[in-house]
Design a protein. Structure first.
Length: 227
């Protein structure tokens, strides 16, 4: 099996301007991955599937990852003029001080694909793609036209994370029902407190439902009891 460096080099020869990056994995597994540019990802995927040496003909699984906005604090040294009084004489001198500066690194959503070659009995090759942000630019190309096994798995990622796979033949919710709002695997997802439509024996859930019902009764509004 070729290394990720060799695969990256082969991709760049076959797909000019592919923009592939290596993401190193420092864990003991050392399972490094290739980050694809969504703009060239389909061409790269076709090459990986059809290349005679790689023959990555099987996509085993698709997963999603949510990266929240992250505040980065950096210490920097700055030189600025400071007015000081020396021996009764006021003068301006340069002074170097250390400041902490903060900036926010925008979050994004990510898909991770594991590819194998059934013909060559090798793999996995791990691919990644990232959205531009977590809000209004969450589109990525679908790999379903290349590996059919991506179809339901991309639907699951769409359902739970909200990534919109362009070119998918049947992109709709898989686990949650149509009309459900939000995406339960997002890291900032907030569970609803109204569970009266789905009674459950879990004490914590029942307690939240009772609090919700009490607040509704206090406000004079009631929902019909299902049962």
């Amino acid at each position: 099996m070729k290394t990720v460096e060799e695969i990256k080099a082969a991709i760049e020869r076959a797909v000019p301007g592919a923009g592939v990056k290596i993401i190193l994995n420092p864990s003991p597994s050392g399972q490094h991955s290739l980050l694809l540019d969504p703009g060239t990802a389909m061409d790269v995927a076709l090459f990986l599937r059809d290349d005679a040496e790689l023959a990555l003909d099987f996509l085993s699984n698709v997963t999603g990852v949510d990266f929240l906005d992250k505040e980065i604090a950096e210490k920097v040294k700055v030189t600025r003029p400071v007015t000081k009084t020396v021996d009764g004489v006021e003068q301006t001198v340069e002074e170097t001080v250390e400041e902490t500066r903060k900036h926010t690194e925008p979050g994004h959503l990510e898909t991770v694909y594991h590819l194998f070659s059934m013909a060559k009995k090798q793999g996995p090759v791990v691919l990644r793609m990232r959205t531009a942000n977590r809000t209004d630019q969450v589109e990525l190309p679908s790999f379903t036209p290349i590996w059919r096994s991506a179809e339901f798995q991309e639907r699951e990622v769409f359902d739970l994370f909200g990534i919109v796979f362009t070119g998918h033949p049947d992109l709709r919710r898989l686990l949650m029902w149509e009309g459900f709002k939000d995406h339960p695997m997002r890291r900032d997802y907030v569970e609803p407190d109204d569970f009266e439509y789905e009674p459950t024996a879990h004490d914590e859930v029942l307690a939240r439902a009772k609090v919700h019902q009490s607040s509704e009764q206090g406000s004079g509004s009631q929902k019909p009891v299902i049962g």
